[in-house]
Design a protein around this ligand. Sequence first.
Ligand code: HEC
Length: 241
Amino acid sequence: MKFIFVLCCALLPICVHAQDRDFTLSAPPEITDTGFLPYVLPRFSLKHGARVSVIEMGGDVVIGPDGVPVFAGLGTVWHVSGADGAGPALFTKWLLSDIGKRTIDGFQPEGRALFSSQVVAEELAVEAIFEGDPVLGETLSLRHCGRCHVINETNRMKGMGQTPSFALMRTFDDWEDRFSTFYVLNPHPSFSQVEGITPPFRAHLPPAIVPVEISQDDLDAILAYAATIKPADLGEPLQSQ
Ligand code: HEC
């Protein structure tokens, strides 16, 4: 019996070891829908020889609002919490390591990073809770604001000359106030209406250009999206912003 036991250990050390580290993981649909996990997990597994199975709920490791902050994106900071097993501990450590961070930042469906490893900076930026849907917010920003403002890479060439880009405006300490009141800040009042907030355009003074007409929910979504935008690096030449 003893002999068999020793033999097993000799033949299967890696196997046994790896199984110790295997764990299950669950994440909310916002994250699983993006394809982030199939991008990140194999890279972690390759490095640490631990298998991670994604399950809908109640995983050993849970990505959500509680625990250690590990990455930011979609308008919030994501944390990991879960069993203190070898695998989960390694996973948390890996996410916070340089290679883990590069992996997080390297996930760029459609050429744009969806998540950022810069948790500390982002955590400050998204301190306020944005109730809107950032994904919808991106579409709405491009549709309504993208005529004049550069929103992101998608309309980089379409903004209007001197109009500040969203990334540039994200550098303002009070960006949130300005975005949430854009309709009273020039030049917007003459062509913008937020349903239930602004009075209708006066009949004798119709807007000279195609108006921006949005609802309060639309504005919440735009704010939630703006919160996910990385503020422009003002060290770079301004014309490239
Ligand atoms: C027709 C062009 C146009 C559209 C459409 C437009 N903006 Fe602007 N916006 C401007 C210009 C031009 C400025 C710069 C004003 C200045 O520098 O005084 C500006 C400035 C701003 C500012 C900074 C204002 C301040 O005083 O600090 C915010 C915030 C803003 N826009 C948000 C938005 C949002 C949100 C939308 C879409 C819902 C939007 N804008 C749509 C032209 C536009």
